[in-house]
Structures are given as C-alpha cells and as structure tokens.
Design a protein around this ligand. Structure first.
Ligand code: UDP
Length: 320
C-alpha cells in the first residue's frame, strides 16, 4: 500500500513510519521537520491546500495517517488560537484536499483529552466527551468533523484516542524528544541521566492511593501496531469510528518515578509542586473495543519495559 504520514518526523509518527516500512509499504512523510534519513519527505504545512493538491495528485495514496498536532494542554489554555488554527483549521485543510483528490481513508491521532474529567474509570468510548481545555476540544472538534465528512463525502476514518504515549523503539533507533520537554517519563529519565537537576511532581493531594496522578502509559510501538490494524480495518470496509488505546493499567506519578529508579539504578531527585492546571486525577482506558474489533494486542504492557526502552534511547543519544 501507499501511505502518507503527516507529522511522520515526530515521536509517534516516526515509529509509525518505521512500522509501515517494515511491513513493506511505500511511505511518504509530510512534515515541517526532516524525518530520519532515507525517507521520502515533503516539507509541507498541511494548511497549504495547493501544496497538498500537488502531493495528493502526484501519489495516489491508499490512506493518510495524521499525527501533526500541538499537544501541550497548558499551552493550549494560554494560547488557544495556536491550537484551533493548527489542530483544527490545518486538519480541515487536509480533509478538504483529501476530498478533492478522492483519498478516502484517514487514521487520526486523537486523545483521551476528549473525555475531560472522567465520570468513571476505566473510560470506554461511550464516556461523555466534555473536554476541559482547548487541546482536548480541538481533538473532539476534529472527530466531529470526521463524522460529518464521512456522511457528506464518504471519507472514512478511525480516530485513535491515545492515553499516555510512552517508551521508545525496542530496537533503540527512535525515541521521544520534545522541545521543550514536558512529558513525565522523558523528564524523569533526563534527571536520572544527570541532564536535569530533578523532576517536579505536580500535586500530592489527589484522591489516589499515594496522592499523585494516575495515568495509563501505552508503549509507542503498541500505538503503531494499533494504527496499522486500524488502516487494515478501513481497507476492509470498516465504518468511521473511534478507539481508545491504552493498557487499562493505571500507574501513579510516584510509581513511575520508583520504576525509573529500579530500571536505571540511578538517583532521581524529586521536587514537589502544586497541581498542574487541567490534570484529572485518574485516566485509565477501557480498550476492549480495539482488542475485539481490530484484534489489537499490546506487546509491552509492563511499565518496566516502557521505561527500559525509553532509558536505552536516553543513554544512546545523550547529546540531543
Ligand atoms: N507530571 C508531573 N511532572 C512533570 C510532568 C508531568 O508530575 O514534570 C505529571 C502530570 O501532572 C500527569 C502525569 O505526570 O499527571 C503525566 O503527564 P504528561 O505531561 O507526561 O502527560 P499528560 O497526562 O499531560 O498527557
């Protein structure tokens, strides 16, 4: 198959590209950043409809994977315009170009942030969608647009609602690096590696066993395998839908730090800080739908494996 991966130079997108190439597919990356060397790469902003028209008419893609989005909750509160412009308007530009070109299958990176403060956990796909910040609203707006685009134009899509993407390529070629880094596991490992003084824990007074937030960490390689199954589902005629992607296991911030101490054997200095705005106490997925409909089986469900792979990458590329 021939696939376009928008945002294929990013953390999850690059793991996806590797997965697709390994499975023998032809892949073109559209990204403002260059992906790893040797890939077919188009430096393109998806807000550029003319650029997209050229790209989509040059290649006849069987499907598009869309990973390009801003992802920081706090930033989205401070600068919602940036989030609606990129995550919603630029995605609309992509959808319009896909309709013009007759490309009718999309795998969309959505988020557990569409649910807002959970009314119950584990969270299934039926849970009310009441996002509590512009980031979550931008993802939910796109999901709703996708439903409408299917009804009106026959563009079928799968929205994958990630819980906490984490870990690194088990082969050690790819890993997680955001600038600035805001994610818990990379920050903890940077502290373990001595690249950072300490890690700050946001909130000790949540209604959880140890008072710190509980999250469902899902290995990036398992996210990639779920996307590959999702596109097969669409190719087989599957209807537009959304799936949660998580392990169904919750780990507190404190437990993640303890696991990192075990895995790395290093001292990790911890500071305490007040709660971070917009953080629900507990986010844990019910991903039964992806398991039963897509046949998805995550391979790296232990937090030790997730942290071990991330640590191997941290040690391999300490200069980045
Ligand atoms: N967190 C923390 N310190 C940090 C970064 C994150 O205590 O420096 C906490 C955060 O409050 C949340 C969890 O770790 O409960 C995961 O946060 P992350 O930013 O990695 O992912 P998010 O849950 O926001 O998608």
């Amino acid at each position: 198959m021939k696939y376009l991966v928008v945002g294929g130079a990013g953390y999850i997108g690059s793991h996806m590209v590797k997965h697709l190439l390994h499975a023998g597919h032809e892949v073109v990356v559209a990204d403002l950043e260059a992906p790893v060397q040797g890939l077919q790469w188009v430096c393109l902003d998806i807000a550029d409809g003319h650029g997209l028209d050229t790209l989509l008419s040059d290649y006849h893609f069987d499907a598009v994977f869309h990973f390009a989005s801003f992802i920081q909750v706090g930033e989205s509160v401070a600068d919602p315009d940036k989030y609606y412009l990129n995550n919603v308007c630029a995605t609309l530009s992509l959808l319009e170009a896909m309709v013009r070109a007759g490309v009718k299958r999309l795998i969309f990176s959505s988020s557990a942030a569409v649910y807002g403060d959970p009314e119950y956990v584990p969270i299934d796909e039926q849970h009310p969608k009441v996002p509590i910040n512009p980031y979550g609203r931008s993802k939910w707006m796109v999901e709703q647009m996708l439903e409408d685009f299917d009804r009106a134009y026959g563009l079928r899509s799968v929205s994958l609602r990630y819980f906490n993407a984490a870990g690194a390529d088990p082969d050690g070629q790819l890993g997680e690096c955001h600038l600035p880094e805001t994610h818990l596991i990379p920050l903890i490992l940077q502290a373990a590696a001595g690249r950072r003084e300490s890690v700050t824990v946001f909130g000790h007074d949540y209604d959880t066993a140890d008072g710190t937030c509980v999250r469902d960490y899902i290995h990036v390689a398992d996210l990639a395998s779920a996307h590959a199954l999702a596109v097969e589902y669409l190719l087989a005629g599957g209807a537009t839908t959304a799936f949660n992607l998580g392990n169904g296991l919750g780990f507190s911030v404190q437990e993640v730090i303890e696991t990192a101490r075990e895995v790395t054997g290093r001292t990790i200095k911890v500071n305490q800080a007040p709660r971070r705005a917009g953080d629900p106490p507990r986010l844990v997925a019910d991903a039964q739908k992806a398991r039963s409909i897509l046949g998805w089986q995550p391979g790296f469900t232990s937090l030790q494996d997730i942290v071990r792979h991330a640590w191997a990458w941290e040690l391999k590329y300490p200069w980045r």
